[in-house]
Design a protein around this ligand. Sequence first.
Ligand code: HEC
Length: 220
Amino acid sequence: MKNTKWIPLLFAPLLFLASCGDNKKIDRDVVDQVNKANDVKKVSESEITDYALKWGDEISQEAQAELIGTLQKAIEEKGITGAIDFCQQEALPITKNVAEKHRVNIRRVSVKNRNPENSPTDMEKNLLDAYAYNLENDLENRPNIQKTEDGEVLLYTKAITIPGGLCLNCHGEPGKEVSDATLDMIKSRYPEDKALGYKVGDLRGMWSISLPKKEVVKNM
Ligand code: HEC
């Protein structure tokens, strides 16, 4: 650790020099050297996990803010039923945009899902079960990092609970929080919908963000 961290710093003055000249060859050499320095950056597994947790938190918060912001705007402009169309067209592209920006993969998965594309894999299902168990037993649900089989990808997950009444307009009890018009719209767009009957505080699903280890290290 100690003797490798300073390597990128060593090249900083070189970079500066290169940026003043217009010699393309020097530029290239410097870039190669910096890249090499990054390759040899030695970090421990636990540092990688710590960073992945922090980065996963940031990415999930960013995606969450984008979703909530656009959802609220859609409800204001188009009402609840109009916002369903909006969610159908925009929810996955919004998370995809954030994912592409960070070069990771982002999903929101749920056992009781609305869009079958958001069904969990076996590994995700196990994690969802663990979050459900914790919630039932009043244990704290903290974000989690799991290694995937090949070890190249770290899976960040975070429980999504129903924070308040806004969500129940579309995920609550039909005839009570979910109006007949909303229910009709949901059924027509999602014939296999399972995402009704939730209450405030229920586990709605989880963020599932695949972080390539290479990208984690690059960002550290
Ligand atoms: C205007 C109706 C509406 C509101 C309000 C709403 N949702 Fe949804 N929600 C949807 C629709 C439609 C989908 C399916 C999106 C898709 O096709 O990808 C969905 C999908 C989801 C999913 C992905 C898993 C799945 O079931 O497919 C989660 C998690 C979720 N919503 C959580 C919430 C939370 C938490 C809130 C409150 C902050 C909320 N929703 C508010 C309509 C709504």
